[in-house]
Design a protein around this ligand. Sequence first.
Ligand code: NAG
Ligand code: NAG
Ligand code: NAG
Ligand code: NAG
Ligand code: NAG
Ligand code: NAG
Length: 272
Amino acid sequence: MRPPLFPALTIFLVPIFGTAQSREYPSYYDPCRPFPCGGINFPFPFSDAATFGTGRFDCGLPRFQVSCDAAGRPVLDLPGTPYQVRALYLDRQDLAVTVVNAQLIKDLAAGSCESLTNLTVPSSGVKIDNLSLPPQWRFNLTFFKCAAGIALPRELTDSAVVNASCGDAELYLWMNRSSDQSIGADNSYGGETPDGCRLVEVPVSDVLGLRSSGFMNKSNGERWRFVLDLMGKGFRLVWSAIPECDRCQLRGGRCGFDASLGKVICFGGSRK
Ligand SMILES: *[C@@H]1O[C@H](CO)[C@@H](O)[C@H](O)[C@H]1NC(C)=O
Ligand SMILES: *[C@@H]1O[C@H](CO)[C@@H](O)[C@H](O)[C@H]1NC(C)=O
Ligand SMILES: *[C@@H]1O[C@H](CO)[C@@H](O)[C@H](O)[C@H]1NC(C)=O
Ligand SMILES: *[C@@H]1O[C@H](CO)[C@@H](O)[C@H](O)[C@H]1NC(C)=O
Ligand SMILES: *[C@@H]1O[C@H](CO)[C@@H](O)[C@H](O)[C@H]1NC(C)=O
Ligand SMILES: *[C@@H]1O[C@H](CO)[C@@H](O)[C@H](O)[C@H]1NC(C)=O
């Protein structure tokens, strides 16, 4: 009488444990399909900001919320600063989005520094569960927003390459014009922040155009337009591959997030 019990148990247990993960939340597979907006399909770790946090599970990670604006363009909701998403790259070696701070450009073009006030720029190189600038990102525009009426600070005398007035302040684009600045040099500002000014770094895709002699030959107004166009090309934010999710997708499942456990989970998927 001893042996029959084991085969019976095995048959009974395997299906339960074998499919527990897919049976438990079958209703999440369809809702967690990639979120479409503006001709881009956003899969995990992105998800629709409108449904995030509304159910037992989420379709994306907390810092990857996308909404569709009134014009049908995808917007990434970083705390304090919405960024338009222009492109999505899903190559495993190159997970990235190209984002543009359209509101900042619009404000600056209209002579306002409003959106510089609480500007959120993801820092460079912190990318576990986060969108961030690529490591050691060098291509920042360095602005000084200085109180109106103060004379051009001495620190900026030879290195303010553009000025623009914005509301009650004066905005200067700083560039290190020392002759030993090569293309590969770090573009960060190494000096003291002048009194009455605030330093703001704005990432761009590159700064080569600013280093050409053609740029310095332009008038201040033309340089300013060039800088706004450069900002309009956006910059990349990257994130790390998520191994739990890769395994889930290999099984044909869709990844999701269990906020109460802080874990990536898998919806559906056949096992072979
Ligand atoms: C910036 O943030 C502060 C503090 O959170 C807030 O009081 C202020 O209204 C914000 N300003 C803008 C322009 O969003
Ligand atoms: C560029 O700006 C980002 C965001 O503020 C910062 O993390 C990064 O270190 C800056 N890079 C340089 C070279 O200053
Ligand atoms: C992600 O970014 C947030 C906000 O900038 C920060 O508080 C958090 O520590 C970051 N998480 C990781 C894992 O780096
Ligand atoms: C400008 O670049 C030079 C050479 O790279 C560096 O020594 C200097 O500190 C930089 N100036 C500022 C204000 O960052
Ligand atoms: C910029 O101006 C300099 C001196 O006026 C001139 O030699 C140079 O050819 C100009 N460069 C361009 C790209 O127009
Ligand atoms: C800003 O640029 C304009 C036009 O080039 C110039 O006339 C003005 O003096 C500049 N203002 C400051 C404070 O540098």
